[in-house]
Design a protein around this ligand. Structure first.
Ligand code: HEC
Ligand code: HEC
Length: 304
């Protein structure tokens, strides 16, 4: 780099005083600007035409779109443009069209459908189950897990064990009214607290219940007696459940809160009352039926 000062325009070599012309580059025929960097001279080439055209076209384009399309805000309103295009309306129309396409098949889930017939319709299921999966992910997976695998306090749905029953009619009803929910017809289930019981008895019961699940309970022990006196009304003889009254079987692998002695002790001391929200105000009837069939299929995938 040279440390030559930048040439001030007024120091440029003047046009030839005799001819009035600047120096002309012999190769290109353009005048030079007079700038000279160690013998390299700058040519005074015209502004490229293509750029000028690009400017002109973009200006024209802008003016045409101002006239044709919505463009200028005037306070609360805006210029609509001669074409009268309205993207909000276009989007609404697209939605309406999608909805109409969905109505074609989802109408079959309205009312009290015959779930067996729907379930057997392979084409319908191919369309409906992906939609049901999205509904499940949006509304149910927070509590029941993405595959219905459940979690502490939230029952597993992709197994064959049920509190209220896994048939689609039953599940649809569970969804409509919820469990211990705010709906006037909600399903109601409460594991009462046995805090009045002697601590020692609770401990014996807890051990008995933990053993029930492993199939190692002593049917003649003190735990079994306490169980028969206090628990079978809801949990069934020897805890086999199946009463579909919201009380789970205590003999299978489906566990909501934990079936080790410590968890059962906790359940006995404080009771349990899980809440499943009701959905009849948030999902449409067909959507609820769709989900009911989805839940049934979830449990079948596992039992197959
Ligand atoms: C806020 C958490 C929550 C959400 C969200 C939720 N559930 Fe539940 N669900 C529960 C709880 C808790 C229970 C168990 C209630 C009990 O312990 O008695 C339950 C129970 C159920 C049952 C009864 C299972 C049986 O064994 O009979 C079904 C079926 C069910 N839910 C399906 C769904 C579906 C489908 C959705 C989505 C529309 C959903 N749940 C959303 C918390 C939830
Ligand atoms: C009035 C009916 C009722 C009686 C009586 C009752 N239970 Fe329950 N029990 C329930 C219900 C309903 C649930 C489910 C609660 C929930 O899901 O929120 C439950 C849940 C449980 C659970 C939790 C199971 C799990 O999967 O985590 C255990 C353990 C249990 N009961 C043990 C007992 C024992 C032991 C007794 C007798 C001392 C007993 N219950 C008496 C209704 C009853």
């Amino acid at each position: 780099m040279t440390d030559q000062p930048i040439t001030d325009p007024k120091d440029l070599p003047a046009a030839d005083p005799h001819t009035g012309q600047r120096e002309v580059d012999p190769v290109t025929g353009y005048e030079t600007t007079g700038h000279d960097w160690s013998g390299i001279k700058e040519l005074n080439t015209p502004f490229p035409k293509i750029v000028i055209w690009a400017f002109v076209l973009t200006f024209l384009y802008a003016i045409i779109t101002w006239v044709l399309l919505p463009a200028w805000p005037y306070g609360r309103d805006y210029s609509r443009g001669l074409l009268g295009l309205e993207q909000g309306e276009m989007a609404a129309a697209n939605f309406a069209e999608l909805d109409a396409r969905r109505q074609d098949w989802i109408a079959q889930f309205d009312g009290s459908p015959d779930f067996k017939v729907l379930d057997g319709d392979a084409d319908l299921m191919a369309t409906a189950m992906p939609a049901a999966n999205r509904l499940f992910l949006d509304n149910c997976s927070v509590c029941h897990g993405a595959q219905g695998e459940g979690g502490p306090g939230f029952p597993v749905l992709n197994d064959i064990y049920w509190l209220w029953g896994g048939g689609p009619e039953t599940v649809a009803e569970t969804l409509r009214v919820g469990i211990n929910a705010a709906h006037p017809d909600t399903r109601w289930a409460q594991m009462p607290a046995f805090d009045w019981m002697e601590r020692q008895d609770r401990q014996q019961l807890a051990e008995h219940v933990a053993a029930l699940r492993d199939g190692k309970a002593d049917p003649d022990g003190a735990g079994a007696t306490l169980f028969a006196e206090n628990c079978v009304a809801c949990h069934g003889e020897a805890g086999v459940g199946g009463l579909m009254n919201g009380a789970p079987a205590l003999t299978d692998t489906a566990v909501i809160y934990g079936q080790d002695a410590a968890s059962v002790n906790q359940t006995l001391r404080f009771g349990r009352q899980g809440v499943m929200p009701y959905w009849s105000d948030r999902l449409s009837d067909p959507e609820i039926n769709l989900l009911a069939l989805y839940v049934k299929r979830l449990s079948e995938e596992v039992s197959e």
